[in-house]
Design a protein around this ligand. Structure first.
Ligand code: PNS
Length: 169
């Protein structure tokens, strides 16, 4: 049977750190579903809309048939059940991530006993990287060429003129 894991997140936008995590997950599962969460409880809409995030991620993994991109609205456990998997992967960049991630993993387990969260450490090169920093740096005229892939840069270039036509580092 095909082993599938869900990699849920906001992915606003997807960074090279996220991509690194997907590659690591693909070393032990047959398929990774990158699942963009609608955040109903968050007042702010984010930089990219959900369909934009999905389209960007699809472009990033266009050459990787083992990656599927989806969006979900509601609880992660319900989406996991719907997909028929009980494996969730999340990244742990630093100790500061631990509390939030541990809380979510245990709460998800409380909601569905069979849901397992597998934590992966990204490559050290990406341990400082976050989507919120990418958004902030891009908005303030900074260089994010080393942080994201070409499809993300293209999308950022449509919002921020200083990134228009920029190539990844
Ligand atoms: O990348 P993020 O924003 O840290 O991802 C958080 C995410 C989307 C994984 C988390 O908020 C989530 O799973 N949301 C779906 C709703 C849900 O199940 N909430 C209860 C989590 S215990």
């Amino acid at each position: 049977m095909k082993r599938m894991a869900i990699y849920p997140g906001s992915f606003d936008p997807i960074t090279r750190g996220h991509e690194d995590l997907v590659s690591r997950a693909l070393t032990f599962v047959d398929e990774v579903v990158v699942a963009v969460a609608h955040r109903r409880t968050q007042a702010k809409g984010g930089l990219f809309s959900i369909p934009e995030r999905v389209a960007i991620i699809e472009e990033v993994f266009a050459d990787e048939p083992r990656v599927r991109v989806a969006e979900f609205d509601g609880l992660l456990v319900d989406f996991a059940r719907q997909l028929g998997t009980h494996m969730v992967v999340r990244g742990l960049r630093a100790v500061s991530d631990f509390e939030y991630e541990f809380q979510m993993a245990l709460m998800n387990r409380q909601l569905w006993r069979e849901l397992e969260t597998i934590f992966l450490a990204p490559d050290a090169r990406y341990s400082y990287l976050s989507a919120s920093l990418v958004r902030e740096i891009a908005a303030l005229g900074g260089n994010v060429r080393g942080c994201v892939s070409a499809p993300v840069l293209r999308a950022l270039g449509e919002r921020y003129p200083h990134l228009a036509g920029a190539a990844p580092e």
